[in-house]
Design a protein around this ligand. Structure first.
Ligand code: GLV
Ligand code: MN
Ligand code: MN
Ligand code: MN
Length: 351
């Protein structure tokens, strides 16, 4: 087992060359997340390799398991940071300067974790070693429930990104400040939350979420001096996603002006629509007896790597249809079906 320069963990069966088949996922989670998003793909990778070993299979191509770092962006704000760094999808200088809520930079955290912060970034050696990446993941919606199938294969991922809207006003006393004298950034921030719902509903297959608001300093009897609001926006294509953000920006700017506040908007991460390699997708589906293909609104390391490698994803049915929450689930039989499917795919691709 080894950790690469970006904190991704690799375990190899065979010597790394240029034609490996790699499977894996991530172990980090979102605040208050479930037990399956990420770990199911890592555990299933280990179980699939165990199953192949138990049947005395020897891969002709090297096979590896990978655990990508910071997939959710829960600490430093940028999702899929490990795979973005590895593939050059984020400038390493930008990554080094990212800060967590405690003010610790990614460079400091990387050093603390035993990495050389000067060396984080595009890893041509790691990229060149991989021919195909297959990620197994718990499904994060109701697709497989509706199809009555335990396992499916991914067809596409929505375009999506994260934007930080910073509203700056004037900190002041909650009791002593007349309403007409206030520059309260929480007021345009509240309007922005509603604007996000309106903007997403006006765009085909649009989704917009405000899941995080940070008022500073954050006291019950204090008018905040600043409020940061994070927008997660997604849609079927780049133009529709950007349309949502522009509509929210326009409504937020108008609300900020009415309250005499200043608005700044920073794009923290973005990824265009991903359409997975249709040849590999069909090959995987056929190997599994024709499992259904379905799109997803969730982002994945496989989506980042799809720009560089032949990439596929397997989804395992989630009977609650809920994800990024403790109710996220997969039945033991469906997890077993996922492992068997992954082992079959790995056997086909490496045999
Ligand atoms: C990560 O899972 C995301 O889609 O935000
Ligand atoms: Mn997730
Ligand atoms: Mn995930
Ligand atoms: Mn994800």
């Amino acid at each position: 087992m080894r950790t690469d320069r970006n904190g991704n963990i690799w375990a190899w069966w065979g010597e790394p060359g240029t034609d490996a088949v790699v499977t894996g996922s991530h172990l980090d989670s979102v605040p208050g997340g479930g037990a399956f998003d990420g770990p199911l793909g890592v555990v299933s990778a280990l179980a699939a390799v165990d199953a192949l070993r138990a049947q005395d299979f020897t891969p002709i191509r090297p096979l590896a398991i990978v655990v990508f770092a910071e997939e959710e962006g829960g600490r430093f704000g940028v999702p899929c940071l490990g795979s973005r760094l590895m593939s050059g999808a984020i400038d390493p200088d930008v990554a080094r300067r990212l800060t967590d809520p405690a003010g610790i930079t990614f460079a400091e955290a990387a050093a603390e974790a035993g990495l050389d912060p000067a060396r984080v970034g595009r890893d041509d050696e790691a990229l060149a070693a991989v021919h195909t990446f297959v990620e197994l993941h718990v499904e994060q919606g109701r697709g497989l429930i509706d199809l009555g199938a335990p396992v499916g294969v991914a067809s596409s991922i929505l375009a999506h990104g994260r934007w930080r809207f910073g509203f700056a006003g004037e900190g002041n006393h909650a009791g002593a400040t007349l309403l007409g004298d206030r520059r309260d950034p929480m007021v345009p921030a509240a309007e922005m939350v509603l604007a996000a719902r309106i903007a997403a509903s006006e765009v085909d297959d649009g989704r917009a979420t405000v899941g995080r608001i940070v008022p500073n300093p954050g006291g019950t009897n204090v008018i905040a001096s600043t409020v940061d609001v994070w927008l997660d926006a997604r849609a079927g294509d780049d133009a529709s996603t950007r349309e949502i953000v522009e509509r929210v920006r326009a409504m937020a700017a108008d609300a900020a002006e009415r309250e005499n506040c200043v608005l700044t908007v920073v794009e923290e991460s973005y990824g265009d629509t991903v359409v997975f390699d249709s040849e590999l997708r069909d090959q995987v589906s056929r190997a599994l007896g024709g499992v259904p293909a379905l799109p997803t609104g969730a982002g994945h390391d496989a989506g980042i790597l799809a720009a560089h490698l032949s990439t596929a994803m397997l989804f395992v049915r989630n009977p609650t249809g809920i994800s990024h929450a403790p109710e996220e689930f997969a039945e033991a039989d469906d997890c077993q079906a996922g492992v068997t499917a992954l082992a079959t795919v790995l056997e086909r691709l490496t045999g």
